[in-house]
Write a protein that binds this ligand. Structure first.
Ligand code: ATP
Length: 263
């Protein structure tokens, strides 16, 4: 696996494709506060789903339940047909199948770029170093950072670090990529280069669920935009449906306030 495509081959052999991610009636509360209130969401292979919604609407929590960083209180989540919310699930084995990138790139500061990118392949999957490095260098070449392979992360810009974090997340060829606010810590002029990389992943066939406040992501990479409010999916549709012709008053209000936060 040397390209940017992630996890593209697993669902192609059956005539009725199993969704990569199937969130079924998921509820989650923190103390007294219900944060996810009956979420149903299926994500097909190669689909890019972008979660939008106000701060606190539950976007990150939903991504965390899919990666088993948070447990669901009710409902279940299937990964390529397997119930990963079953208590017998081996959490590490599930996480090895999912690539995750967070707001803060979380690269290991004491490791070179290439070691960051290859760590999971070497330590989790057991790929021999030479093979992992060949894949890692190929990924760095594709994202235009091959010349930074031996640098430490603090020598890179925020946008470059976030691209390395994405390369690291896809280096093990995950079935699913979860991207949580990956540009919100970046200067606006660096957002474009991360957006371009996500678009390239989409073209290469990755299956992606991302949470963002950056509507350019939702407009330019989403197959489906999902609007969350107070832990409920209010509306979902193509970017055109959501941004040009939203059906629900709450969606219209959310988009109106984005354009004029003081309205
Ligand atoms: N570990 C936690 N313990 C208690 N409350 C939490 C925890 N994590 C999240 N919450 C609360 O759950 C709600 C949803 O948070 P979440 O981070 O999922 O929202 P979000 O839509 O991703 O917000 P943002 O866009 O600001 O990242 C918020 O009210 C938040 O304070």
């Amino acid at each position: 696996m040397t390209g940017l495509a992630a996890g593209n081959s697993r669902n192609t052999s059956t005539s009725t494709p199993v969704p990569v991610l199937d969130v079924q009636a998921v509820h989650k509360r923190f103390g007294d506060q219900p944060v996810l209130r009956g979420i149903d969401l299926t994500v097909a292979a190669h689909e890019v789903v972008v979660l939008i919604g106000a701060s606190g609407s539950g976007k990150s929590t939903l991504l965390k339940t899919a990666n088993l960083l948070e447990q669901v209180d009710d409902g279940r989540i299937l990964l390529s047909g397997e119930d990963i919310t079953d208590p017998r699930t081996k959490v590490d084995a599930v996480r090895a199948r999912i690539g995750v990138v967070f707001q803060h790139y979380n690269l290991f500061p004491h490791m070179s770029v290439i070691d960051n990118v290859t760590l999971a392949a070497r330590k989790v999957v057991g790929t021999p170093r030479a093979e992992a490095e060949a894949t890692g260098m190929s990924l760095l070449t594709r994202i235009g950072l091959a010349d930074k392979a031996q640098e430490f992360p603090d020598r890179l810009s925020g946008g470059q670090q976030q691209r390395v974090a994405i390369a690291r997340a896809i280096a093990t060829d995950p079935e699913l990529l979860l991207l949580d606010e990956i540009t919100s810590a970046l200067d606006p002029q660096l957002v474009g280069e991360v957006l371009d990389l996500v678009r390239e992943l989409k073209t290469a066939g990755s299956t992606i669920v991302m949470a963002t406040h950056e509507m350019s992501f939702a407009r330019r990479v989403a197959d489906r935009v999902v609007y969350l409010k107070d832990g409920v999916i209010v509306e979902s549709g193509t970017p055109e449906q959501i941004f040009v012709d939203p059906q629900q008053p709450e969606t219209r209000e959310f988009l109106r306030r984005l354009q004029d936060p003081f309205a």
